[in-house]
Design a protein around this ligand. Sequence first.
Ligand SMILES: C[S@@+](CC[C@H](N)C(=O)[O-])C[C@H]1O[C@@H](n2cnc3c(N)ncnc32)[C@H](O)[C@@H]1O
Length: 287
Amino acid sequence: MNASEVLADAVDTLKASTAIDHWQRDREQIEADELLRFAMGVDRVRPRDQVSPAVRRRFGRMIERRADGEPVQLIMGHAVFRGLEIAARPGVFVPRDSTEFLAEQAIRRLVRRRRPVAVDLATGGGAVALSIANEVPGARVFGSDISLAAVRVARQNAEGLRLRATFVRGDLFGALPRRIAREVDVITLHPPYVARGEVRELPEEILRFEPVHTLTDRSPDGLGLIGRAVAESPAWLQPGGWLLIEVSPDRARSVAAVMRRGGFVEVRSTMDRGFKVTRVLVGRLAA
Ligand SMILES: C[S@@+](CC[C@H](N)C(=O)[O-])C[C@H]1O[C@@H](n2cnc3c(N)ncnc32)[C@H](O)[C@@H]1O
């Protein structure tokens, strides 16, 4: 069988799956292509390429797992985030393409600074922190997460990618070194922001494969952790430093209000023109 035939079968299987959230046009085709390239160990597959029986079997097992709802990144064991191969492990939030915009917003503010310092709260596997370490020369980068599993994966990622970033386990700022208090240029946060009562409405593939503490802080409005981060950030930021928070579009207005009430200025909601599924709220500590 050639790649085109193998892919056509796989796309049919994915389209028929009730465990997958079919929110994006051509998502099944994109994911099947990605998994076939991975199964074949190549960067590009042409429609007439022959697919050996062994590769077909391996690819078939991957498609079965995907049709059962498992994210592509967990099947492959990694996600590609701003060109970095970030390990994806069960129990640790899988970094999303949409979060690349949060990293971009941080990087463009950090590259202008002398001796930049960045903190990525709720860092998960460290994708945002490591992108900053990779793209901002000389940056001192810290990531923190309440989950030990996440911190372990973030440290492994840093080691594997030979990037310098310090990952600590703690509640928000709790485990960060005091010496960086009032020295931080940019704080990034992609928090669990789903309201307690809305968790059960999430797509099955998220509910089954992402730990619940990565999705919700169990507050009634989903703003509990965000409110704390806004209140605690001024003690860590230097004057004129930035707080950047990624949320869903329906939360953007409330998060902006929390930031303004918390004393942040120049608060606005920014959006990636390509991915319209999230917003990044940016705000600055008055200089
Ligand atoms: C939506 S995930 C984002 C992970 C990562 N920043 C990313 O974008 O891929 C939210 C993260 O918040 C972490 N978290 C939840 N409560 C926390 C807390 N109180 N302090 C620090 N991290 C927390 C979870 O463990 C999870 O890794």
